[in-house]
Design a protein around this ligand. Structure first.
Ligand SMILES: Nc1ncnc2c1ncn2[C@@H]1O[C@H](COP(=O)(O)O)[C@@H](OP(=O)(O)O)[C@H]1O
Ligand SMILES: [Mg+2]
Length: 366
């Protein structure tokens, strides 16, 4: 089955949502950043992007029903004092939609926008069609003017069939590992930025400029064979000690690139980097919208996405991913060596934990 109609709808939805997010990022004041109960930030762009994508998909795919599993909901927007915030989100949504000729109709009300956001309450699963959305992935990066992504994908009968990812602050040219440092968000003012990645199952992964002014180009993961030359990327959250141990075992010389959001998957898909490690901290459960679009794009570019044991993550079990230790992404060539290094590092970590436990038991008995 071809997903042409769905792909066109998804590209349109993501492009309009990116326009909205860029509008917000340009004028973002610290006071516009709210904090969710899990302490992560949320902005008008998170809600606005979700509303735009929900509305565009509903209209483009009509009369098919839309099942959308998305990160945001309007619970916090219904609290006292949130009316002005919802009003500003509604204005952003109307502006973004009006920039597309086919949507320049009657402006939407606050209630329309609230409903569009809450359309994203589907739970996913292994039956039927489910769209998966992270309206702003990497909100921490977004509020700092760094990398973020608008990530949309389609799950059909439990399998990822399509992914579209807008990366508004990613340079159109590849970034090289020679510029490796603790941050990769630097760009010279003459660099052209803004990439739209997309992939459909079995048909490869592509990138085009977000401005749509150049034809799409096929992307492929890197073909380096020596892990010592690999560039490894990780999240900008707290450093994860086991990542360093794994990189040392592989003899990787360059410092990791620390990048917000699923732009990390895009970096691998395009051959800018070869290894993405995301061992999760205890108590944190990964959600499908943080990985789905990136996973199909990198896989279609020839990469491999798996857990620490080498098993592919299941996107069909609801909103969460059930992983043993985290997500590992690399190329087919490097994955066997990487999994071996991971196994060794995990065994060492377990031995260290056991030593700590017996040392503290000894202290207790003294
Ligand atoms: N302690 C943690 N460990 C891993 N991921 C976390 C986390 N706390 C939050 N996240 C999620 O990680 C996403 C960002 O990933 P990254 O660190 O790769 O940029 C955030 O998505 P949102 O920005 O969409 O909320 C957030 O949901
Ligand atoms: Mg998000």
């Amino acid at each position: 089955m071809s997903y042409e109609k769905e792909l066109a709808a998804a590209k349109k939805a993501v492009s309009l949502a990116v326009r909205l997010s860029q509008e917000v990022q340009k004028s973002l004041l610290q006071s516009d950043v709210r904090t969710k109960p899990d302490k992560s930030p949320v902005t008008a762009a998170d809600y606005g992007s979700q509303a735009v994508i929900s509305l565009v998909l509903q209209r483009e795919l009509h009369p098919e029903p839309l099942y959308l599993v998305a990160e945001e909901n309007t619970e916090d927007l219904q609290k006292d004092g949130s009316e002005a915030f919802l009003e500003s989100i509604t204005k952003l949504v109307n502006n973004a939609l009006a920039s597309d000729e086919s949507y320049a109709a009657v402006p939407l009300s606050m209630e329309d926008v609230r409903k569009a956001i809450d359309h994203g309450r589907s739970q996913g699963g292994s039956n039927g069609h489910h769209w998966i959305l992270d309206p702003i992935d990497g909100t921490r990066g977004f509020v700092k003017g760094e990398h973020y992504a608008v990530a949309l994908s389609l799950l059909v009968e439990g399998k990822l069939m399509l992914g579209v990812m807008g990366c508004p602050n990613l340079e159109n040219h590849r970034f090289s590992s020679s510029s490796s440092s603790s941050s990769s968000s630097s760009s010279s003012s003459s660099d052209k930025v803004g990439c739209l990645f997309f992939a459909t199952a079995g048909e490869g992964a592509y990138v085009q400029s977000l401005e749509g002014d150049s034809p799409a180009q096929k992307v492929q993961v890197s073909n380096i064979e020596n892990p010592e030359e690999a560039t490894f990327v990780e999240s900008s959250h707290k450093p994860i000690p086991i990542h360093t141990s794994i990189a040392n075992k592989l003899g990787i010389k360059a410092l990791p690139l620390r990048i917000h959001s699923q732009v990390k998957y895009a970096a691998l898909a395009r051959g800018d980097a070869e290894i993405y490690l995301r061992f999760t901290l205890k108590g944190y459960r990964e959600t499908i919208w943080n990985h789905a679009a990136g996973a199909i794009i990198t896989t279609e570019a020839g990469g491999v996405v798996c857990d620490a044991d080498g098993n592919p993550p299941a996107f069909s079990r609801g909103k969460h991913l059930y992983l043993k230790r985290g997500i590992v992404v690399s190329t087919k060539k490097l994955m066997p060596r990487l999994l071996k290094a991971i196994k060794e590092s995990m065994e060492e970590e377990m031995q260290e934990d056991e030593m700590h436990i017996s040392a503290s038991e000894t202290q207790l008995t003294l």
